[in-house]
Design a protein around this ligand. Sequence first.
Ligand code: GRF
Length: 196
Amino acid sequence: KQICVLVSGSGSNLQRIIDATISGEIKNAEVNLVIADRDCYALKRAANHEIRTLLIPRGKGFSAKLSEAVSTDTDLVVLAGFLSILNNEFCEKFKGKIINIHPALLPKFGGKGMWGNHVHEAVLKAGEKKSGATVHYVTSGIDEGEIILQKSFDITSNDSVENISAKVHEIEHEIFPKAIDQILNNTGKIAFITDL
Ligand code: GRF
């Protein structure tokens, strides 16, 4: 099975996914293309594994170029810290085959502006008792697609944006490969929610 990963940042989730395809945690699959919308460390990680990379900067024709670059044979398009919005046409073309990881417990704390530490700031400000990460299908509505896998942890009074971010990353690295294996290999229940 062929996985295409879209990235914009450091790519620690990309690294986990690549490692999981190699170790067999994600079975019968390989990352065969990594696309970035900007120069970022994730591209270097892909290159280290001799995975084909493409840099498609945002701007005129972005969605069309992206759509052209992702082969229709692709089994799963994985957004791993990808900061551009996919247009309706792209979402329709790969309907049911695009997933994203979000650094909070959707359906709360999703949508425009809810990325990076902004999410954790909003969670803390709202006095939430829990946060976590969510793997979900991508539709043209931002962070609105069906939830695939979610895991949470309790927020304590000592928690700061920085350590919430670290805990969320840890959970992401655990649930993302799991969700990808489930989707590609039909192992276990697809949509479920679990607690840490
Ligand atoms: C993750 O926290 C993810 O939830 C968000 O962007 C971050 C990407 O981190 N969408 P990395 O580049 O995988 O380290």
